[in-house]
Design a protein. Structure first.
Ligand SMILES: *Cc1c(COP(=O)(O)O)cnc(C)c1O
Length: 378
């Protein structure tokens, strides 16, 4: 395989982690034979418990997708007015704010890791701000300490600090090292495109037991006990079918992480010293995405040029996150949508390369050849 000949089949950025059918089949059969298909049955409880143990601290509630977890989380903090949010995220983050009738206010990101900048947040805080919502990007945690200080110091009212950790489960290290990393609440996504998945699924994590109770109630239409409807809620429950898949996929997680770590090491060794190319994927412990940033000052228009060249070789890379959320129709009229210089540049320069356990290392080498050629000749 040389980089002159295209691959025979397209290679995509990811493939869902697929457990062995002989493991999955009896689990699914058992679900249907049990007659309990949903409503927080035994598999829902088991998976929630296993994920809670993996997390090691705080309280985890299992949800049916990351977006509902976001809406559910935001709905349980008595928020009003403005929520400061990063534009460098998946649309669901900002949609969750707008869905609840709150006003998104964009702040810029930090150039080194593309997470929400506490400095920019502090500039956007007003007497109407009631929450900050940051996204952990490519395995880089937000500067949780700086954001917590910005929340405390910039106004008199209480400001919640919340996180979209949708793809943070791709770290080989524990998901959160310290309780403080959770902020007031953090969501996870277990969508099929994420490293760990339940086909569709998600979770809310919090360090506060009372807040956790509110999330549990909100997940089930606001119903508490048999007859009491304690508040407004939604249907955030995960089905037994999805939970069963999640239990089996969890068994395969360590193997997947190990294979991805090897591939990521190959990528890193080959791409690390290329001119005008920087690897953005966390500190080497993150294996959800292999993201590179192509410096537009070194390679003018470079990201899109490289993307097309890869595509011509049947390698399908992704511009993640592009467009910025501040550029999409629903939000670009907002005053805060302009002047996000760092985020704008990043959205023009980032490219996600294929990474998943079944990807042959020869294909990684093939992709690296193309990137290396590009870095040399432009
Ligand atoms: C995937 C993703 C979501 C949405 O999660 P779903 O489970 O697909 O609803 C939200 N935010 C970010 C940053 C994501 O990557």
């Amino acid at each position: 395989m040389t980089s002159d000949t295209p691959l025979p089949e397209p290679v995509y950025v990811t493939r869902p982690l697929t457990p062995r059918w002989d493991r999955l089949e009896p689990e699914l059969r058992a679900v249907f034979e049990s007659g309990t298909l949903t409503n927080m049955g035994p598999r829902h409880q088991q998976l929630e418990h296993q994920l809670q143990n993996r997390l090691g601290h705080g309280y985890l509630s299992l949800w049916n997708n990351g977006t509902n977890a976001l809406v559910g989380m935001l709905s349980q903090f008595d928020l009003s007015g403005e929520v400061i949010v990063t534009p460098f995220t998946f649309p669901a983050t900002v949609h969750a704010i707008a869905t609840l009738g709150l006003r998104p206010v964009f702040a810029d990101v930090k150039d080194d890791d593309l997470t929400l900048s506490a400095e920019s947040v502090a500039e956007r805080m007003t007497s109407r701000t009631t929450a900050i919502l940051g996204t952990h990007v490519y395995g880089n945690f937000c500067d949780t300490r700086a954001l917590a200080s910005a929340a405390r110091e910039s106004t008199d009212q209480r400001v919640c600090v919340l996180y979209d950790g949708a793809h943070i489960f791709g770290r080989s290290a524990p998901v959160f090292e310290e309780a403080t990393d959770i902020g007031d609440g953090t969501i996870l996504s277990f969508h099929a495109t994420k490293l760990y998945h339940t086909v569709e699924g998600g979770a809310i994590v919090t360090a506060d037991a009372r807040q956790h109770e509110r999330f549990l109630t909100a997940r089930n239409f606001g119903i508490r006990g048999e007859e009491q409807v304690a508040g407004i809620g939604l249907n955030g429950k995960m089905s037994e079918v999805h939970a069963a898949v999640g239990i089996v996929v969890l068994e395969a997680l360590e193997g997947e992480l190990a294979r991805r770590a090897e591939l990521a090491a190959t990528y890193t060794a080959r791409l690390r010293d290329l001119d005008g190319i920087r690897i953005l994927s966390g500190d080497g412990t993150f294996h959800q995405y292999m993201t590179i940033r192509i410096d537009g000052d070194v390679h003018s228009g470079g990201r899109d040029k490289l993307r097309h060249r890869l595509l011509a070789h049947n390698v399908v890379s992704r511009k993640y996150f592009f467009p910025l959320c501040s550029e999409i129709e629903a939000y670009r009229h907002l005053p805060s949508a302009s002047g996000l210089k760092v985020a704008h540049k990043a959205a023009e320069e980032c490219l996600v390369l294929p990474l998943y356990g079944d990807l042959p290392v020869s294909v990684v080498d093939y992709i690296c050849d193309i990137v290396a050629d590009f870095a040399m000749d432009g």
